[in-house]
Write a protein that binds this ligand. Sequence first.
Ligand code: CTP
Length: 429
Amino acid sequence: MLNKLKRLPVPFKEVLKIASKEAASLGFKIYLVGGVARDLILGKTIFDLDIVVEGDAALLALKLSKHFGASFRKHHAFGTAVVTLNKHKIDFATSRNEHYPHWGALPKVNPTGLREDLFRRDFTINAMAIGLNKNDYGKLIDFYGGVSDLKKGVIKVLHEKSFLEDPTRLLRAVRFAQRFSFKLDKDTALLMKEALSLEALTFVHHHRLIDELVLILKEAKPAAYIKKLYKLTELSFIDKKMKLEDTDFTFFKRVERTLAFYKKSFKKDKKDKKVEGWLLYLSGIMIRYSLEEIVDFFRKFSLKKGDMIRVFAVKENIGRIKQLNKDIKPHIIYRLLNPLSLESILFFYAYYTQRKIRANIECYLKELIYVHLKVKGQDLKKMEIKPYEIYSQLLQQLLYAKIDKGFTTKAQELEEVKRIFKRLSSKNR
Ligand code: CTP
């Protein structure tokens, strides 16, 4: 594993080196654990680090944050701390076992050695560690057959109460199996069925389940995950009367293709914002909800208001977008699409298969989205246009004219201002 550590980006190598030194000076032992160890073995890119400390994790994290001038946050209940360095998160946790007061509850934790810490984890492939200490730097620690299961392509729990103690693992099993195209180990599959038949998902606070669902929707190609999850749970943990049909799963595949097409063909995002692709899937899952139900859903799961507004807008505009199914002036396309978020627009691109609708959306994303006026309010003032109250109306009409007529110069816009002003004045007379 030492070679794999050596291939990490320089800032990570530096963090590990200093963490190792600081830990030694405090008399602690430290290890890279969980998904990081797994992904290093698989040769995947690492974004964040997860470090387990046999000792006081928060103290080590604090020292490290001071060394790098990085931000530091402590989580008192779990004895964990996060250092954020150049947008990378480095999680520190004191090695611990977990005791569940009842199934699905948040665990009570006690400090313990690494072996027990790894045993409390979800799956064997996530229960490996890499030593970061003088005597074991870069050494793989694999008590529970993680490497063998990685090779076999198997998702396997470490003990038979795993899904009952932490039912979010039912969703995690689906996520990892789909992500790596792994199979569920035979006994694990049985334990999963058993947990589901005991309605284990009702033991957990719904916020924890929605967090896992969002993680699924954020995977690279989540359509197959959603299908699998629906088959297992009918998504009843979101809503008892949730109903998805074949057409919905076909739609999720189209969303995947839409997002890939968008990424490939339209480099610049509107307002340089990243597209939150997962919201398209969530909108699809909720497409039969009424507007009130959408609001209730976002409240129940304490999801962000900004995300709700985008899902809401999909539902609200789904009928109106059919107007794009004909030859229309570019400014009408603009008027229909410009108030919408990129997520909503891409949703409609995936939702409607009519060529005309798609071509009009493409025209908006390729060109219209970037149209801006050269003429500003100041120019209107200079032209002594009055009253000021008509400025916004005038500029809006100017923008539509520019879109339809394809003006490229400020002079063209100024000429158009005069025409619009004349029209507005005669109308108001
Ligand atoms: N873990 C667990 N049970 C959970 C959640 C997490 O045992 N319900 C453990 C696993 O060892 C996991 C680690 O905590 O590898 C880190 O959790 P998380 O960041 O959620 O998982 P990753 O494996 O890092 O997944 P990803 O690659 O999606 O970040």
